[in-house]
Ligand binder design. Structure first.
Ligand code: MBD
Ligand code: FE
Length: 282
């Protein structure tokens, strides 16, 4: 992994790119399918170039910008923000359990295991933000608790940094693999996340600003939930009434994924969420 010296877009972009490149993927796409998709993609570009009479200057700027996206390591960021939600939607249509959402560029597998009732590792300076308890149960589609469930959770700190993508954070800060109990129950204490601004100092941010868009995502928790014999889900949870909930730059919110935490007797915010996992396809 690239050594990250400062929490900049190019640093987190390069870390995300290195992490992704660590694996080589294959898709088994037939030549006919590849040809059909590529033909339509090129025809789509052709149509919009003609419709908007795109100029040579614009074409050159596009080329330059695409090179910058690669050199800044921002392909994972750019694609996950603007494209992944369509991929997720198409590929989750057949499932009936809890809705998925995009993974984004900052998932890291192998976070240390934590017991069913746990607190995520955090720094003292993270603790000044209000504690949040996320609790619930991992079940099958009939609401029966599942043995052997695991909840991987990761989220940004209040400054919008994810551990392993910013140099000043401990390796597993605000990350964990929570081992649910034999009924699939869990209770995770963390801090309430803040709205998240995608990096603005790289080519993705430049483009967003040039287009007059905004770089914000609503406050969110990322989760990957698994259980033996069940379809794993990657999803996100959001907060009722939060900023950007209806205007996520990544188009990744769903009404079923919004928490409404309540204050308990100890003054903590507590949200309950049950995850229903589909059976593995045979
Ligand atoms: C994120 O934290 C995120 O969740 C997505 C989808 C893209 C960039 C940063
Ligand atoms: Fe995120």
């Amino acid at each position: 992994m690239t050594t990250i010296e400062s929490p900049t877009a190019v640093a987190s972009g390069n870390a995300a790119t290195d992490k992704f490149k660590g694996e080589r993927f294959t898709a088994g796409t037939s030549p006919e399918r590849l040809s059909a998709i590529a033909t339509e993609a090129l025809a789509g570009f052709g149509a919009l170039i003609r419709k908007h009479a795109v100029t040579y200057d614009e074409y050159r700027v596009l080329k330059q910008w695409l090179i910058d996206v690669g050199e800044g390591g921002e392909w994972p960021l750019l694609l996950d923000v603007f494209v992944e939600h369509e991929i997720e939607d198409v590929n989750s249509r057949r499932f009936r359990g809890t809705k998925g959402s995009i993974e984004g560029p900052y998932y890291v597998p192998g976070a240390p295991e934590l017991p069913a009732q746990c607190a995520l590792p955090m720094r003292d300076e993270d603790r000044v933000h209000p504690p949040l308890v996320l609790r619930g149960q991992v079940t099958d589609l009939d609401g029966r608790g599942l043995d052997g469930a695991r909840i991987e959770i990761w989220h940004a700190d209040d400054e919008g940094y994810y551990s392993q993508f910013a140099p000043h954070l401990p390796q597993w800060n605000l990350r964990g693999t929570v081992v649910a109990d034999a009924e699939g129950r869990y209770a995770i204490t963390t801090i309430e996340p803040a709205p998240y601004q995608i990096p603005t100092d790289g080519p993705t941010g430049q483009f967003i600003e040039a287009a007059g868009w905004h770089p914000w995502r609503p406050a969110h928790l990322h989760l990957r939930v698994t259980a033996p014999g069940r379809q794993p889900i990657v999803t996100q949870l959001y907060f009722a009434g939060g900023d950007w909930l209806d205007d996520d730059v990544a188009t990744a919110t769903k009404p079923e994924l919004v928490l409404d935490p309540q204050v308990d007797d100890a003054g903590r915010k507590v949200a309950t969420y049950d995850f229903a996992l589909d059976p593995l396809a045979d």
